[in-house]
Structure formats: C-alpha cells, structure tokens
Design a protein around this ligand. Structure first.
Ligand code: FAD
Length: 306
C-alpha cells in the first residue's frame, strides 16, 4: 500500500468523491478514506427528489449516489471503506486511521461533512427503531393514527410535522425558543393544520420508555413541567460540522465550521477542507462537489510548482 500518496481525502460524500476523482484526473495519486461501509455520505439519508443539482435529477439521494458512484469509477484512486480517520498531524503532514495505518501525503483534503445534532438524552439512540424515528419522510407510514413528538424549530422540524401530520392523529412540535426559524410558508401550513400543536420555550428533560418509546418529559415557560405520552419521536435540531480532526490545528468558526480561503485551503498549508464541514452558508451537493474540484485543482497547481 502506498503510504506517501499525493493526497489523502477524508470522507466519501459528494465533496470527497469529487475531490478524489478530480485528483486522479489531474494525475495525482489519491487515497480516499471513508468510515461508512459505502461512499455517499448524507445522500443515503435523502428521501426527497433532488432537483437542484445542475443537469442531473434523481428521485432521492440513493439514486443520486448511484449515479455519482458510476461516474467516479472511471477515475483511478484508492478507496478505504469502513475506516475512520483518528487524527491529522501538520508537521510533518500525516493522517492516522483508527486501525493504526499512517499516511504521509503531500496534501490532505478534509471532506467529513456534518452530523445531526442530538439532545444528549438517554433513549435517543437506544430507542431508534423502537419509536424513535431516523427519518420523517422515509418512515411516514409508521405515523398512521399515532401521536408524534417532533423536537426543533427550523425547516426540517416543521416540514416533517407537515409530512407526518398527513398520517398521524396528532403531531406535537417542541421548540426551545420563542420564535420558529422555519420558512413562513411551512410555518403557516403547520399553524393551520388541525392536528399540529406548536409548543415554544419548551425543552425535553427526559425520553421515557425502556423497550419502546413511551413519551417525553418537558420543561415549559416559567418553570412549568409536563409529561406527554406519545408513540413516535423525531429530533430535528440542526447539524454540527465533523471538524474534530482539525480542532486545535486549524482555524474554525464559533460553531466549529472550518475556515477556508477561496481555494478551499485551511489556515494550515496543504490542508484543505471542502463540502458541508467548511460551508455553513450553502450546504448543498453542488457546492460540495465544486469545492472538491477546487481543492484538487489548487493542490495540483501547488505540487507542480515544487
Ligand atoms: C434530508 C436531507 C436532504 C437534503 N437534500 C438536498 C437537496 O435536495 N439538494 C442538495 O443539494 N443537498 C441536499 N442535502 C445536503 C447534501 O446532502 C449535503 O450538502 C452533501 O451531502 C454534503 O456533502 P459532503 O461530502 O460535504 O458531506 P457528507 O455527505 O456529510 O459526507 C461526509 C462523509 O465523511 C465521512 N466521515 C466523517 N468523519 C470521518 C472520519 N473521521 N473518517 C472517515 N470518514 C469520515 C462520513 O461517514 C460521510 O460519508 C440534503 C441533506 C439532507 C440530510
């Protein structure tokens, strides 16, 4: 195995796949390391049709991923799946995996994306598949005749309230702030729906249920407390960047997103970041693949100058 490739790409979502393919196309040797069993990243959790990627439409993220994977097959780069990168070193540049392999590349591209934020309550992970939903759109049939609790106040929370509300007997949305951040048209529809209750200035203090989700305990305005019995729970409280590998090494913003320049280079020379992990403003597939191409082009230019 080559331990000194030109580039190590960390993460096999749209940004990482694009970056590795562009590296190969530009004549650079590249190794892509992805912790999941298959590349594609968040594409695997998109159930909506994808209509906003220029020139390519797909019925859902899995169909889009299949198309992306067919495309990248023509480019020769090494892929290590099921492998998590544990650390990055800057001097000298090094990438270490959890299985103890170490690479000494000329450049690193971090394309580790984002993860859904969690409440941090017991039951949130343990009861997944036992009443705690992973997806509203993908599991809407399960909501038939049920009471669903949704936590969050942005587009994802309210859009899921509308989707699940088509089937559920009742949906209760619990949001910790006074105002909802969701776009006005979603919010207006949710307010008008007869079976959607919107609770503000409230937060969960416990998820109840041992074998199955049974309900939640909620703290409300002015120190009030309440216990709500329900059948299903969906948490949609935003995303956090997977930037731990650069914490203490490169500049991050207050929310942990990686600062990059116009070439997708971080504050550490020859460490690049692309896609959602470096893009709080426009977390989209087209931005991710574009940033991957930018990073590869910039690295190729830098290495040819040496
Ligand atoms: C429900 C939903 C709907 C969406 N709909 C659209 C849409 O319609 N149009 C659109 O343009 N965008 C949409 N998006 C956003 C789009 O999916 C993202 O912008 C895009 O996937 C970002 O790509 P990425 O490569 O930066 O990150 P990701 O897709 O998050 O991929 C990151 C990869 O890095 C891997 N990784 C993380 N840490 C490590 C590590 N330490 N070691 C190894 N691997 C690691 C992860 O396993 C993951 O595979 C949607 C997202 C969601 C969740």
């Amino acid at each position: 195995m080559e331990t000194n490739p030109d580039v190590v790409v960390i993460g096999g979502g749209p940004a990482g796949l694009s970056a590795a393919a562009w590296c190969a196309d530009l004549g650079l040797s590249a190794v892509l390391i992805e912790e999941g069993d298959a590349p594609g990243g968040q594409l695997h959790s998109i159930n909506n049709p994808i209509v906003n990627y220029p020139g390519l439409e797909a019925a859902n993220g899995r169909e889009f991923a299949a198309s992306l994977l067919r495309w990248q097959e023509q480019f020769a780069f090494r892929q290590m799946l099921g492998t998590r990168v544990e650390s990055i070193g800057a001097e000298p540049l090094a990438v270490r995996t959890e299985t103890g392999e170490e690479f000494r590349p000329s450049a690193v591209i971090l394309a580790t994306g984002v993860s859904r934020r969690k409440l941090g309550l017991r039951g949130e992970d343990e009861l997944v598949g036992k009443g705690v939903l992973r997806s509203g759109a993908g599991q809407r049939e399960e909501a038939k005749g049920k009471h669903v609790i949704i936590v969050g106040g942005g587009d994802a929370a309210i859009e899921n309230a509308l989707i699940l509300g088509e089937h559920a007997e009742q949906v209760t949305v619990i949001h910790r702030s006074r105002e909802f951040r969701a776009r006005p048209e979603f919010f207006a529809k949710a307010k008008a729906a007869g079976n959607v209750e919107l609770r503000t200035e409230s937060f969960l203090t416990a998820i109840r249920g041992e074998e199955r989700f049974e309900g939640v305990d909620v703290a409300g305005p002015g120190g009030t407390g309440d216990s709500i019995d329900a059948d299903l729970l969906l948490v949609r409280i935003g995303f956090k960047p997977n930037s731990e590998l650069l914490r203490g090494l490169a500049e991050l913003d207050v929310s942990g997103y990686v600062h990059v320049d116009v070439n997708s280079e971080t504050s550490i020379p020859m460490i690049y970041a692309c896609g959602d992990v470096a893009n709080p403003i426009s977390p989209t597939i087209s931005t991710a693949t574009g940033m991957g191409a930018t990073a590869a082009k910039a690295i190729a230019a830098r290495l040819s100058d040496r």
